[in-house]
Design a binder for this molecule. Sequence first.
Ligand code: GLU
Ligand code: ZN
Length: 296
Amino acid sequence: MSGTIRFAPSPTGFLHEGHLLSALYVWAAAKKWDLKIHLRIEDHDQGRARKEYIDSIYEDLAWLGFRYDSESIQSSHFDFFQRILEKLDEKGLVYPCTCSRKQLIAENPRSETGEVIYQGKCRTQPHPCSEPHSLRIAIPDKVIDWHDERLGDFNESPKFQCGDFPIRDRDGFWTYQFAVCIDDIAQGITHIVRGEDILPSTARQILLSEMISDACDASKILPAYRRPLYLHHPLIVDSTGKKLSKREHAHSIRQDKDQGVSPEQLLGRVLYKAKMLSEDTPISLERAIALVAEKL
Ligand code: GLU
Ligand code: ZN
């Protein structure tokens, strides 16, 4: 085995066809590059994660036949996230932001993708942290050059994509960006294969991982950071080429299962929608993985 890849669903809903396509890519990459597979339940957002969604991730994967080598759930190590926060804080890299959503929208410019580019108001004009606040990471003005195995080279500057971003939200929950960076380093993830909807997060995750790794260097509470290989896969699109919304992924895997659809039928349908099969015909998991592996 030459590394580890992860499948990292968020238990904020039931798994649907989009997750299934992602899983096929992850298992295909593991086959192609001889990797161990880690299942990570990303329940960092305790306001939205639910136990029934967590249970169904395990059940749906087992029903489809996906096997993995190890697993973890983020909520079991939130105290570790706190320790990393303290390391960043000791370096003066974290600050409270009391801006409300309304203020954020009114006071900051937007990127081409519509994202608020936080101009660092609370970094320069600190407020008492007795008010509700998120915690933001003070990022340097740095261009990140990175490579995607499918899409080629990128050079992006998180400062101009989003500015300083939250690592803990106003409700006190760890953000996706913070949780994912720590876990990918701590779990020795060497390969990241995920949907291209997450493309805009990659440069900021590389930057944050470097900052985390620098801040933790002396304490050795994390292994050394080695930038993983990235591959962002295409999403299932509708006939006009638009990404399917959550609503259009109408059935969850669970609903299909309850209606008597077999795993093979479901796999065939997803690969057909992803244009990797020319007709909507049942296919075994093994063949489905092999088919996706050919596309990598
Ligand atoms: N938890 C994220 C999601 O379900 C995926 C995270 C990742 O692959 O980096 O969208
Ligand atoms: Zn602010």
